[in-house]
Design a protein around this ligand. Sequence first.
Ligand SMILES: *[C@@H]1O[C@H](CO)[C@@H](O)[C@H](O)[C@H]1NC(C)=O
Ligand SMILES: *[C@@H]1O[C@H](CO)[C@@H](O)[C@H](O)[C@H]1NC(C)=O
Ligand SMILES: *[C@@H]1O[C@H](CO)[C@@H](O)[C@H](O)[C@H]1NC(C)=O
Length: 362
Amino acid sequence: MKQSLTASSSSSSLIRRARLSPYLLALLVFTVFVVILHGEDFMCLLGQLDPSPDRPATRTEKKWEELPFSIGRTPEGCDLFSGRWVWDDSTRPLYEESECPYIQPQLTCQEHGRPDKDYQHWRWQPHGCDLPSFNATLMLETLRGKRMMFVGDSLNRGQYVSMVCLLHRLIPEDQKSMETFGSLTVFTAKEYNATIEFYWAPFLLESNSDDAVIHRVSERIVRRGSINKHGKNWKGVDIIVFNTYLWWMTGLDIKILQGSFEDETKDIVELSPEDAYRMAMKSMLRWVRKNMNRKNTRVFFTSMSPTHQKSIDWGGEPGRSCYSETSPVDNATYWGSDCRRSIMEKRCAYLNLQEAMESIDT
Ligand SMILES: *[C@@H]1O[C@H](CO)[C@@H](O)[C@H](O)[C@H]1NC(C)=O
Ligand SMILES: *[C@@H]1O[C@H](CO)[C@@H](O)[C@H](O)[C@H]1NC(C)=O
Ligand SMILES: *[C@@H]1O[C@H](CO)[C@@H](O)[C@H](O)[C@H]1NC(C)=O
Protein backbone atom coordinates (compact mmCIF):
# COMPACT_ATOMS: atom_id res chain seq x y z
CA MET A 1 0.00 0.00 0.00
CA LYS A 2 2.15 2.72 -1.23
CA GLN A 3 0.83 6.12 -2.09
CA SER A 4 2.46 6.15 -5.46
CA LEU A 5 0.56 8.95 -7.04
CA THR A 6 2.20 11.69 -5.10
CA ALA A 7 5.62 10.32 -5.81
CA SER A 8 7.35 12.12 -8.60
CA SER A 9 7.51 9.08 -10.79
CA SER A 10 4.73 8.53 -13.26
CA SER A 11 5.70 5.13 -14.61
CA SER A 12 2.82 2.83 -15.37
CA SER A 13 3.95 0.29 -12.82
CA LEU A 14 3.56 2.92 -10.14
CA ILE A 15 0.08 3.61 -11.32
CA ARG A 16 -0.76 -0.06 -11.33
CA ARG A 17 0.46 -0.39 -7.81
CA ALA A 18 -1.49 2.62 -6.77
CA ARG A 19 -4.69 0.84 -7.68
CA LEU A 20 -4.31 -1.37 -4.72
CA SER A 21 -4.07 1.43 -2.26
CA PRO A 22 -7.54 2.81 -1.69
CA TYR A 23 -8.88 -0.58 -0.80
CA LEU A 24 -6.18 -1.56 1.59
CA LEU A 25 -6.42 1.90 3.00
CA ALA A 26 -10.12 1.46 3.39
CA LEU A 27 -9.44 -1.63 5.40
CA LEU A 28 -6.91 0.14 7.51
CA VAL A 29 -9.31 2.97 8.14
CA PHE A 30 -11.87 0.46 9.08
CA THR A 31 -9.62 -1.28 11.53
CA VAL A 32 -8.52 1.93 13.13
CA PHE A 33 -11.80 3.70 13.39
CA VAL A 34 -14.08 0.90 14.22
CA VAL A 35 -12.45 0.97 17.58
CA ILE A 36 -12.98 4.65 18.00
CA LEU A 37 -16.64 4.07 17.46
CA HIS A 38 -16.97 1.82 20.36
CA GLY A 39 -15.36 4.37 22.59
CA GLU A 40 -13.67 1.69 24.59
CA ASP A 41 -10.86 2.51 26.88
CA PHE A 42 -8.03 1.94 24.50
CA MET A 43 -4.83 3.84 24.75
CA CYS A 44 -4.43 6.57 22.21
CA LEU A 45 -1.27 7.27 20.33
CA LEU A 46 -0.89 10.81 21.48
CA GLY A 47 -3.97 12.14 23.10
CA GLN A 48 -3.71 10.51 26.46
CA LEU A 49 -0.11 9.76 27.06
CA ASP A 50 0.52 9.86 30.70
CA PRO A 51 3.18 12.42 31.60
CA SER A 52 4.22 10.53 34.73
CA PRO A 53 5.50 7.09 33.69
CA ASP A 54 5.52 5.70 37.21
CA ARG A 55 1.86 6.37 37.76
CA PRO A 56 0.06 3.18 38.91
CA ALA A 57 -1.48 1.33 35.99
CA THR A 58 -4.91 1.09 37.55
CA ARG A 59 -5.28 4.82 37.91
CA THR A 60 -4.12 5.36 34.37
CA GLU A 61 -6.60 2.83 33.05
CA LYS A 62 -9.39 4.51 34.91
CA LYS A 63 -8.44 7.80 33.33
CA TRP A 64 -8.42 6.22 29.87
CA GLU A 65 -11.94 5.03 30.36
CA GLU A 66 -13.26 8.55 30.48
CA LEU A 67 -11.75 9.62 27.19
CA PRO A 68 -13.68 9.31 23.94
CA PHE A 69 -12.10 8.38 20.61
CA SER A 70 -9.26 6.43 22.07
CA ILE A 71 -7.57 3.52 20.47
CA GLY A 72 -4.43 1.45 20.76
CA ARG A 73 -4.26 -1.03 23.59
CA THR A 74 -7.31 -2.64 25.09
CA PRO A 75 -7.71 -2.93 28.87
CA GLU A 76 -6.77 -6.58 28.44
CA GLY A 77 -3.48 -5.47 26.94
CA CYS A 78 -4.20 -6.30 23.30
CA ASP A 79 -2.15 -4.08 21.01
CA LEU A 80 -4.42 -3.32 18.08
CA PHE A 81 -1.51 -2.22 15.94
CA SER A 82 0.18 -5.59 16.21
CA GLY A 83 -1.55 -7.89 13.75
CA ARG A 84 -1.76 -9.06 10.17
CA TRP A 85 -3.96 -8.80 7.12
CA VAL A 86 -6.31 -11.72 6.65
CA TRP A 87 -8.36 -12.49 3.57
CA ASP A 88 -12.05 -12.34 4.46
CA ASP A 89 -14.69 -13.38 1.99
CA SER A 90 -17.66 -13.03 4.32
CA THR A 91 -17.45 -9.49 5.71
CA ARG A 92 -15.53 -7.69 2.99
CA PRO A 93 -15.72 -5.46 0.99
CA LEU A 94 -17.43 -2.87 3.17
CA TYR A 95 -18.39 -0.81 0.14
CA GLU A 96 -18.26 -1.11 -3.64
CA GLU A 97 -16.25 1.25 -5.76
CA SER A 98 -19.27 1.95 -7.96
CA GLU A 99 -21.34 3.09 -4.96
CA CYS A 100 -18.89 5.77 -3.94
CA PRO A 101 -18.76 8.88 -6.12
CA TYR A 102 -15.90 10.43 -4.15
CA ILE A 103 -13.02 8.25 -5.34
CA GLN A 104 -10.66 10.16 -7.62
CA PRO A 105 -10.92 8.87 -11.22
CA GLN A 106 -7.23 7.86 -11.18
CA LEU A 107 -8.02 5.38 -8.40
CA THR A 108 -11.19 3.74 -9.67
CA CYS A 109 -9.61 0.39 -10.51
CA GLN A 110 -12.70 -1.49 -11.52
CA GLU A 111 -14.00 1.23 -13.77
CA HIS A 112 -10.65 1.05 -15.52
CA GLY A 113 -11.02 -2.68 -15.98
CA ARG A 114 -9.10 -4.31 -13.17
CA PRO A 115 -10.24 -7.94 -13.40
CA ASP A 116 -9.43 -9.34 -9.95
CA LYS A 117 -11.39 -8.45 -6.82
CA ASP A 118 -9.46 -10.14 -4.05
CA TYR A 119 -7.81 -6.91 -3.07
CA GLN A 120 -11.10 -5.73 -1.59
CA HIS A 121 -11.23 -8.56 0.92
CA TRP A 122 -8.36 -7.88 3.27
CA ARG A 123 -9.18 -7.28 6.91
CA TRP A 124 -6.87 -6.30 9.77
CA GLN A 125 -6.61 -8.94 12.44
CA PRO A 126 -4.82 -8.00 15.68
CA HIS A 127 -2.79 -10.87 17.11
CA GLY A 128 -4.29 -10.65 20.58
CA CYS A 129 -8.01 -9.98 20.06
CA ASP A 130 -10.79 -9.38 17.54
CA LEU A 131 -12.04 -6.02 16.41
CA PRO A 132 -15.79 -5.37 16.55
CA SER A 133 -17.50 -5.17 13.16
CA PHE A 134 -17.75 -1.81 11.51
CA ASN A 135 -20.97 0.07 12.20
CA ALA A 136 -21.42 3.18 10.05
CA THR A 137 -24.47 4.37 12.03
CA LEU A 138 -22.52 4.29 15.23
CA MET A 139 -19.59 6.05 13.58
CA LEU A 140 -21.83 8.88 12.37
CA GLU A 141 -23.48 9.19 15.76
CA THR A 142 -20.06 9.39 17.37
CA LEU A 143 -19.03 12.12 14.95
CA ARG A 144 -22.16 14.21 15.63
CA GLY A 145 -21.22 17.88 16.14
CA LYS A 146 -17.54 17.09 15.46
CA ARG A 147 -14.84 17.85 12.93
CA MET A 148 -12.52 15.08 11.88
CA MET A 149 -9.53 15.99 9.73
CA PHE A 150 -6.89 14.05 7.85
CA VAL A 151 -3.69 16.03 7.23
CA GLY A 152 -0.81 14.98 5.01
CA ASP A 153 -0.19 13.50 1.56
CA SER A 154 -2.08 11.15 -0.74
CA LEU A 155 -1.82 8.29 1.74
CA ASN A 156 -4.12 10.23 4.03
CA ARG A 157 -6.18 11.44 1.12
CA GLY A 158 -6.90 7.77 0.49
CA GLN A 159 -7.82 7.25 4.13
CA TYR A 160 -10.09 10.28 3.97
CA VAL A 161 -11.89 9.14 0.83
CA SER A 162 -12.28 5.64 2.27
CA MET A 163 -13.82 7.04 5.42
CA VAL A 164 -16.30 9.08 3.40
CA CYS A 165 -17.09 6.03 1.24
CA LEU A 166 -17.79 3.98 4.37
CA LEU A 167 -20.28 6.52 5.72
CA HIS A 168 -21.92 8.44 2.90
CA ARG A 169 -24.55 5.83 2.03
CA LEU A 170 -26.39 6.49 5.27
CA ILE A 171 -26.81 10.17 4.45
CA PRO A 172 -29.52 11.33 2.02
CA GLU A 173 -28.31 13.21 -1.07
CA ASP A 174 -29.52 16.64 0.08
CA GLN A 175 -27.94 16.21 3.51
CA LYS A 176 -24.35 15.87 2.35
CA SER A 177 -21.80 17.82 0.36
CA MET A 178 -18.17 17.69 -0.69
CA GLU A 179 -16.38 20.98 -1.26
CA THR A 180 -12.79 21.99 -1.89
CA PHE A 181 -11.18 25.24 -0.74
CA GLY A 182 -7.54 25.23 -1.87
CA SER A 183 -5.69 22.70 0.28
CA LEU A 184 -8.82 21.80 2.24
CA THR A 185 -11.54 19.39 1.13
CA VAL A 186 -14.61 19.12 3.34
CA PHE A 187 -17.29 16.45 3.39
CA THR A 188 -20.29 17.64 5.40
CA ALA A 189 -22.99 15.48 6.93
CA LYS A 190 -25.56 18.21 7.56
CA GLU A 191 -28.04 16.54 9.85
CA TYR A 192 -25.16 15.31 11.99
CA ASN A 193 -23.50 18.75 11.99
CA ALA A 194 -20.31 16.81 11.30
CA THR A 195 -17.47 17.22 8.85
CA ILE A 196 -14.76 14.88 7.64
CA GLU A 197 -11.96 16.89 6.07
CA PHE A 198 -8.68 16.47 4.25
CA TYR A 199 -5.88 19.02 4.29
CA TRP A 200 -3.04 18.67 1.78
CA ALA A 201 0.34 19.29 3.49
CA PRO A 202 2.77 16.56 2.36
CA PHE A 203 5.54 17.78 4.72
CA LEU A 204 3.16 19.18 7.37
CA LEU A 205 5.48 22.19 7.33
CA GLU A 206 5.27 24.86 4.62
CA SER A 207 6.98 23.68 1.43
CA ASN A 208 7.15 24.35 -2.27
CA SER A 209 4.91 21.28 -2.80
CA ASP A 210 1.88 22.69 -1.04
CA ASP A 211 -0.33 23.29 -4.05
CA ALA A 212 -3.05 20.67 -3.67
CA VAL A 213 -3.11 20.01 -7.42
CA ILE A 214 0.24 21.06 -8.93
CA HIS A 215 2.90 19.81 -6.53
CA ARG A 216 5.35 17.64 -8.41
CA VAL A 217 8.44 19.76 -8.06
CA SER A 218 11.81 18.08 -8.49
CA GLU A 219 13.68 20.17 -5.94
CA ARG A 220 11.73 20.09 -2.73
CA ILE A 221 12.20 22.85 -0.18
CA VAL A 222 10.72 22.78 3.31
CA ARG A 223 10.57 25.82 5.58
CA ARG A 224 11.81 25.39 9.13
CA GLY A 225 9.46 26.33 11.98
CA SER A 226 6.50 26.90 9.67
CA ILE A 227 3.91 24.48 11.06
CA ASN A 228 1.43 27.27 11.80
CA LYS A 229 1.29 28.20 8.14
CA HIS A 230 -0.90 25.11 7.69
CA GLY A 231 -1.71 24.50 11.34
CA LYS A 232 -3.91 27.59 11.58
CA ASN A 233 -6.33 25.69 9.36
CA TRP A 234 -6.44 22.68 11.67
CA LYS A 235 -7.49 24.54 14.80
CA GLY A 236 -10.78 23.51 16.37
CA VAL A 237 -10.65 20.01 14.94
CA ASP A 238 -11.82 17.24 17.28
CA ILE A 239 -10.05 14.29 15.69
CA ILE A 240 -6.91 14.82 13.64
CA VAL A 241 -5.02 12.17 11.69
CA PHE A 242 -1.53 13.15 10.49
CA ASN A 243 0.77 11.47 8.05
CA THR A 244 4.02 12.42 6.35
CA TYR A 245 6.81 10.22 5.04
CA LEU A 246 7.13 9.57 1.34
CA TRP A 247 7.82 13.15 0.37
CA TRP A 248 10.98 13.19 2.46
CA MET A 249 12.29 10.20 0.49
CA THR A 250 13.94 11.95 -2.44
CA GLY A 251 17.12 9.95 -2.00
CA LEU A 252 18.91 13.24 -1.36
CA ASP A 253 19.37 15.57 1.54
CA ILE A 254 16.40 17.84 2.15
CA LYS A 255 16.66 21.55 1.47
CA ILE A 256 15.53 23.48 4.52
CA LEU A 257 14.62 27.12 4.13
CA GLN A 258 15.46 29.25 7.15
CA GLY A 259 13.69 32.47 6.20
CA SER A 260 10.58 32.85 4.10
CA PHE A 261 9.70 31.82 0.55
CA GLU A 262 9.36 35.51 -0.28
CA ASP A 263 13.01 36.30 0.56
CA GLU A 264 14.98 37.40 -2.47
CA THR A 265 18.09 35.48 -1.43
CA LYS A 266 16.97 32.28 0.17
CA ASP A 267 18.84 31.00 3.18
CA ILE A 268 18.90 27.24 2.62
CA VAL A 269 20.69 24.48 4.52
CA GLU A 270 20.63 20.78 3.72
CA LEU A 271 19.65 18.17 6.26
CA SER A 272 19.67 14.38 6.05
CA PRO A 273 16.14 12.99 5.63
CA GLU A 274 16.39 11.63 9.20
CA ASP A 275 17.19 15.04 10.69
CA ALA A 276 14.69 16.84 8.49
CA TYR A 277 11.96 14.36 9.37
CA ARG A 278 12.73 14.62 13.07
CA MET A 279 12.43 18.38 12.78
CA ALA A 280 8.96 17.99 11.27
CA MET A 281 7.89 15.49 13.94
CA LYS A 282 8.91 17.88 16.67
CA SER A 283 7.01 20.72 15.04
CA MET A 284 3.95 18.54 14.75
CA LEU A 285 4.15 17.50 18.40
CA ARG A 286 4.56 21.08 19.56
CA TRP A 287 1.54 22.05 17.50
CA VAL A 288 -0.44 19.23 19.07
CA ARG A 289 0.57 20.23 22.58
CA LYS A 290 -0.41 23.80 21.97
CA ASN A 291 -3.62 23.32 20.04
CA MET A 292 -5.24 20.03 20.99
CA ASN A 293 -6.97 19.40 24.27
CA ARG A 294 -6.06 15.95 25.45
CA LYS A 295 -9.29 15.64 27.42
CA ASN A 296 -11.68 15.78 24.51
CA THR A 297 -9.75 15.61 21.26
CA ARG A 298 -7.81 12.84 19.57
CA VAL A 299 -4.60 12.80 17.57
CA PHE A 300 -3.49 9.95 15.33
CA PHE A 301 -0.33 9.54 13.34
CA THR A 302 -0.22 7.23 10.33
CA SER A 303 3.29 5.95 9.78
CA MET A 304 4.92 4.82 6.56
CA SER A 305 3.41 2.45 4.08
CA PRO A 306 5.99 -0.04 2.76
CA THR A 307 6.92 0.32 -0.90
CA HIS A 308 6.43 -2.85 -2.89
CA GLN A 309 7.83 -2.75 -6.36
CA LYS A 310 9.97 -5.83 -6.82
CA SER A 311 9.04 -9.34 -7.78
CA ILE A 312 11.51 -10.81 -5.26
CA ASP A 313 9.35 -9.50 -2.44
CA TRP A 314 6.74 -12.05 -3.50
CA GLY A 315 9.36 -14.74 -3.93
CA GLY A 316 9.78 -14.01 -7.64
CA GLU A 317 12.83 -13.52 -9.80
CA PRO A 318 15.31 -10.73 -9.11
CA GLY A 319 15.23 -7.78 -11.46
CA ARG A 320 11.53 -8.06 -12.21
CA SER A 321 8.81 -5.67 -11.17
CA CYS A 322 5.62 -6.15 -9.20
CA TYR A 323 3.57 -6.37 -12.38
CA SER A 324 0.50 -8.62 -11.97
CA GLU A 325 1.04 -9.25 -8.27
CA THR A 326 -2.39 -9.08 -6.67
CA SER A 327 -1.85 -9.86 -3.00
CA PRO A 328 0.04 -8.07 -0.23
CA VAL A 329 3.64 -9.11 0.46
CA ASP A 330 3.36 -12.02 2.88
CA ASN A 331 6.22 -11.15 5.20
CA ALA A 332 5.54 -9.64 8.58
CA THR A 333 9.01 -8.12 8.86
CA TYR A 334 8.97 -6.54 5.41
CA TRP A 335 9.89 -2.86 5.46
CA GLY A 336 9.54 -2.02 1.80
CA SER A 337 11.84 -2.51 -1.13
CA ASP A 338 13.68 0.77 -0.84
CA CYS A 339 12.72 2.33 2.42
CA ARG A 340 14.83 4.49 4.67
CA ARG A 341 14.09 2.44 7.68
CA SER A 342 16.25 4.64 9.87
CA ILE A 343 13.61 7.34 9.60
CA MET A 344 11.00 5.22 11.31
CA GLU A 345 13.20 3.51 13.82
CA LYS A 346 13.01 4.34 17.46
CA ARG A 347 15.43 7.18 17.64
CA CYS A 348 13.51 9.09 15.04
CA ALA A 349 9.84 9.02 15.05
CA TYR A 350 6.71 7.04 15.23
CA LEU A 351 7.62 4.33 17.69
CA ASN A 352 8.99 6.92 19.99
CA LEU A 353 6.28 9.54 19.86
CA GLN A 354 5.53 9.04 23.51
CA GLU A 355 9.07 9.85 24.54
CA ALA A 356 9.11 12.72 22.12
CA MET A 357 5.95 14.14 23.67
CA GLU A 358 7.51 13.98 27.07
CA SER A 359 10.80 15.53 26.08
CA ILE A 360 9.39 18.54 24.31
CA ASP A 361 8.98 21.67 26.34
CA THR A 362 5.64 23.26 25.82
C1 LIG B 1 -24.99 0.00 14.99
O1 LIG B 1 -25.02 1.05 15.90
C2 LIG B 1 -26.32 1.56 16.13
C3 LIG B 1 -26.19 2.83 16.96
O2 LIG B 1 -25.50 2.59 18.14
C4 LIG B 1 -27.15 0.47 16.81
O3 LIG B 1 -28.44 0.93 17.05
C5 LIG B 1 -27.19 -0.75 15.89
O4 LIG B 1 -27.83 -1.83 16.52
C6 LIG B 1 -25.79 -1.20 15.50
N1 LIG B 1 -25.87 -2.21 14.48
C7 LIG B 1 -25.28 -3.38 14.57
C8 LIG B 1 -25.45 -4.30 13.43
O5 LIG B 1 -24.60 -3.69 15.56
C1 LIG C 1 -22.07 22.06 15.18
O1 LIG C 1 -20.76 21.61 15.49
C2 LIG C 1 -19.89 22.65 15.85
C3 LIG C 1 -18.52 22.00 16.06
O2 LIG C 1 -18.04 21.45 14.87
C4 LIG C 1 -20.37 23.34 17.11
O3 LIG C 1 -19.50 24.41 17.41
C5 LIG C 1 -21.78 23.85 16.87
O4 LIG C 1 -22.27 24.38 18.09
C6 LIG C 1 -22.69 22.74 16.40
N1 LIG C 1 -23.98 23.28 16.06
C7 LIG C 1 -25.11 22.73 16.45
C8 LIG C 1 -26.36 23.40 15.98
O5 LIG C 1 -25.15 21.72 17.14
C1 LIG D 1 11.13 -10.57 4.94
O1 LIG D 1 11.55 -9.22 4.90
C2 LIG D 1 12.78 -9.01 5.56
C3 LIG D 1 13.02 -7.50 5.59
O2 LIG D 1 12.80 -6.91 4.35
C4 LIG D 1 13.87 -9.79 4.85
O3 LIG D 1 15.11 -9.59 5.49
C5 LIG D 1 13.53 -11.27 4.85
O4 LIG D 1 14.47 -11.99 4.09
C6 LIG D 1 12.13 -11.48 4.27
N1 LIG D 1 11.74 -12.86 4.44
C7 LIG D 1 11.34 -13.61 3.43
C8 LIG D 1 10.93 -15.01 3.79
O5 LIG D 1 11.30 -13.22 2.28
